[in-house]
Design a protein around this ligand. Structure first.
Ligand code: NAP
Length: 314
């Protein structure tokens, strides 16, 4: 074969591969959601949202009510949960909500009791593992690993990983009984490795690994339970009070985007298309370069917060 022809075929094959990938990616963001599979008419389906009293979790509670689900609102502050419950009742009078109070940072074997709070007859079909963040480390969540106390690091690991793993174990029998079922695990762009957030970053990689393995287990055992890991970029929320922008959606918009990804067929997905655009950097750059761009931004953010704190303390 002539040498120029070889290059032509390589070019053609590469173009087809890139085009296929592009079409597949665009399709993920324009296809209709399959969420209605888990919400059949007349079935009174329930969803369980962890960390539902604020931020993206509250967005999930609102969106799920709007899309026909009754919702278990999990949080640690009963008064705050009751206020949310009242607002949801006014906004969606035909939906029911129930509160589940459990401090995820203090997890123990008592988490097993949550199954009995759901009740055998309640048709739970959706679990959203959303609780998390570095809210417990405010005002500055950017900390060198060696500067964490035992308690603070345990709290980060419990809220962001241990609680989600255990609540899934506890609620899985109900989801299996009420198949088809859906489990969504919220991860973060930080999972690609950002400095000064090491324990948090590790839990966000855990969320994806946990999701991938459980998805494989459901398929291996022929259970109709979809397990989807979701990568989330910057979102305006209680712990991230940034203004909304092109790359920073509101919590409600983020939750809506995640629910729109249900049934996309991937093990894990960027929930919001704007965050997927940012993720292109990972497709074309090395992970190390992606990390160094993020490091520049985080260094600036960290210095700003530390400066503000120093000024306050004077
Ligand atoms: N916002 C972002 O930019 C962003 C980016 C990437 C990933 N994420 C991920 O998205 C998820 C939600 O984040 P968010 O920004 O919406 O957080 P948020 O606004 O801080 O809300 C967190 C929710 O979790 C609850 N919570 C916190 N600690 C708890 C504990 N110990 N026990 C029980 N409930 C607890 C909070 O309850 P209270 O109302 O009592 O505080 C609140 O309902 C997290 O998994 C986070 O890692 C967020």
């Amino acid at each position: 074969m002539e040498v120029p022809k070889i290059f032509m075929y390589i070019g053609l094959a590469t173009s087809v591969l890139i085009l296929t990938r592009l079409v597949k990616t665009v399709y993920i963001y324009i296809r209709p959601s399959s969420l209605s599979r888990y919400c059949k008419d007349g079935d009174e389906p329930w969803a369980f949202v962890t960390g539902a009293s604020d931020g993206i979790g509250l967005g999930f509670a609102q969106e799920l009510c709007a899309r026909g689900f009754n919702v278990f609102l999990h949080g640690r502050n009963l008064e705050k949960l009751r206020r949310i419950q009242e607002t949801l009742r006014q906004e969606y009078p035909t939906r029911q909500t129930r509160t589940i109070v459990y401090d995820a940072s203090q997890i123990s074997a008592s988490i097993d009791d949550i199954a009995s709070q759901i009740g055998e007859t309640t048709r739970l079909t959706v679990l959203i593992n959303n609780v998390g963040g570095m809210g417990m480390m405010m005002p500055c969540p950017y900390i060198n690993l060696q500067d964490f106390t035992f308690e603070d690091m345990q709290s980060v690991l419990n809220v962001n990983a241990t609680f989600s793993a255990h609540i899934t174990r506890v609620l899985l029998p109900l989801l299996l009984k009420n198949q088809p079922g859906l489990i969504i695990n919220i991860s973060s762009t930080t999972k690609f490795g950002m400095p000064w957030l090491t324990p948090y970053v590790a839990t966000k990689a855990f969320a994806i690994g946990f999701s991938d393995a459980l998805s494989a287990e459901m398929r291996a055992d022929k259970h109709d339970v979809e397990v989807l890991g979701v990568i989330v970029g910057s979102v305006q929320s209680a712990s991230n009070p940034a203004t909304t922008s092109f790359f920073t959606p509101s919590s409600r918009a983020m939750a809506s985007a995640v629910l729109d990804r249900v049934g996309c067929g991937e093990l894990s997905v960027w929930g919001h298309w704007a965050h997927r655009l940012q993720g292109i950097a990972l497709d074309v750059l090395s992970q190390k370069m992606f990390q160094s761009i993020a490091t520049t931004q985080l260094r600036r953010l960290r210095l700003e917060i530390l400066d503000q704190e120093e000024k306050k303390s004077k």
